[in-house]
Design a protein around this ligand. Structure first.
Ligand code: SAM
Ligand code: SF4
Ligand code: F3S
Length: 446
């Protein structure tokens, strides 16, 4: 163990997707292995930013946050080390030292395992140090881990992405897609179940193509089927790509006892012209056909999606086709994004002249439509008794438990007098649903 860092405090701030959340758990695992103790952003000796490059807003926020740390008093140890990792670290590398003069360490998505030695060197020598590589020497899944909680675990099954959607930075910052071995994933889920974890989320940018690089053909359906024998109570997975969602996978999804009836299937647009320009490799009709098949085999399924508004060249007619598809799809949830130009991607070179106000107006219209279908999706749960995994208490009121239903709705439950949140955290309880709201359900413990 490195003695110079022992007893120092750390704080990890995470931006972006579940992949980063998972990587942050590895970072925390490594820092605690060095004998460091969790602190807070203002006073910690070591502050690590795990960054996201997917949209400009995340970039800007990050730069603001790191720069503003200059105004804070020095921590108790006398010295503050700021480290920046994740997707912006991978994208910008040492150039970040020019942009942020209070930054001490830069690392990328493939060099997480170097963080302890980088921090040590920066702390002892006051030098600015970095480690960057195009491909991981050690898959981050082999590193120590400290999970956000004891009842849920992220389980990466593929890393990177080979789809090159024309707007997206992810393939450039996460590298080529590669899968973890089937037996290794199953063994990890078995181990997690034996440790008391209730729910796992299988992670990948396109989980449907899981195994193609290792076994010559995708093995995602088999992986889903294998989950039933691991002892885990609940399985979720994200993200699915419509071009690779096979009949075999839909069947496995339908027949599994542990896989929850929620499918996240990003559509991005309802216009074939725009889908082609995005390099998504499917049509709106294909998307609707696939979700039709899912609903036929899993009638209770809740569908969620990602939609980009204002992709270069999107016309009013293209946007109306997106609205039309969203109406037909009846999404329970949609992550809606205004297109953000990312340097180095093919879309960054496309003509992008739709006025900002027009895009904002389209965006607002879409959000309104999604609110309607989200409410309709929750409404059908009223009167039912659902199994809810309790995750904690409401941020605003600690006498209200919050949890997740099988269809992935947030559920709020009033605590009985004399009981505490700790009595329930991580447990799956039965809840009678009394009231549906757009973004949550209200119910009582049975
Ligand atoms: N691999 C996942 C998939 O294809 O479903 C998506 C992962 S990406 C990190 C999450 C979402 O961010 C995408 O589905 C897309 O809607 C959105 N996104 C990616 N690049 C974007 C950009 N340049 N502007 C706006 N939204 C973007
Ligand atoms: Fe980005 Fe497309 Fe890969 Fe998803 S599938 S991460 S949107 S390139
Ligand atoms: Fe962002 Fe990187 Fe995820 S760019 S969305 S943190 S893969």
């Amino acid at each position: 163990m490195n003695r110079s860092l022992q007893g120092l405090t750390y704080f990890v701030r995470t931006f972006g997707c579940q992949m980063n959340s998972h990587d942050s758990e590895r970072v925390v695992g490594m820092l605690e292995n060095l004998g460091m103790i969790m602190g807070d952003q203002e006073t910690a000796d070591i502050v690590v930013f795990m960054t996201c490059a997917v949209r400009e807003a995340a970039d800007t926020r990050l730069f603001g946050q790191v720069a503003s740390m200059k105004n804070l008093p020095a921590p108790m140890g006398g010295k503050r080390i700021i480290a920046l990792g994740g997707c912006i670290g991978q994208r910008d590398g040492d150039y970040l030292f020019d942009k942020l003069d209070n930054l001490n360490v830069v690392f990328g998505t493939h060099t997480i395992e170097d963080l302890p030695s980088l921090i040590e060197e920066a702390y002892e020598t006051d030098k600015k140090v970095s480690s960057l590589a195009d491909r991981a020497a050690t898959p981050s899944t082999d590193l120590p881990i400290k999970r956000e909680n004891n009842f849920h675990a992220w389980v990466p099954i593929t890393m990177g992405c080979d789809n090159y959607c024309t707007y997206c930075i992810v393939p450039y910052v996460r590298g080529h897609e590669y899968s973890r071995e089937f037996n290794q994933v199953v063994a990890e889920v078995e181990l997690l179940a034996s440790q008391g974890v209730k729910e796992v989320t299988l992670l990948g940018q396109n989980v449907n193509s899981y195994g193609r690089d290792l076994y010559g053909k995708p093995k995602f359906a088999e992986l889903l089927r294998a989950m039933d024998d691991t002892g885990i109570k609940r399985v979720r997975f994200t993200s699915s790509h419509p071009k690779d969602l096979s009949d075999e996978t839909i069947k496995a999804f339908a027949e599994s006892k542990t896989v929850m009836p929620h499918l996240h299937l990003a559509v991005q647009s309802g216009s074939d012209r725009i889908l082609k320009a995005m390099n998504r490799k499917y049509s709106a009709a294909h998307y609707l056909e696939r979700i039709g098949k899912v609903r036929e085999l899993v009638p209770q399924v809740a569908l969620s999606t990602d939609i980009i508004v204002g992709f270069p060249g999107e016309t009013e007619e293209d946007f109306q086709q997106t609205l039309d598809l969203a109406k037909k799809a009846n999404f329970a949830q949609a992550f809606t994004f205004i297109y953000s130009k990312r340097a180095g991607t093919p879309a960054a070179k496309m003509i992008d002249d739709t006025p900002r106000e027009v895009i904002q107006e389209r965006f607002d219209g879409l959000v309104e439509l999604i609110q309607t279908s989200a409410y309709a999706n929750n409404k059908i749960e009223e009167g039912k008794t659902l199994d809810v995994l309790i995750e904690g208490s409401s941020k605003r009121d600690d006498t209200i438990l919050t949890g997740r239903s099988p269809r992935n709705s947030t559920v709020h439950i009033k605590l009985a007098e004399g009981r505490s949140v700790e009595d329930y955290i991580g447990k799956i309880v039965q809840v009678k649903i009394e009231l549906a709201k757009t973004w949550y359900l209200k119910g009582n413990l049975v």
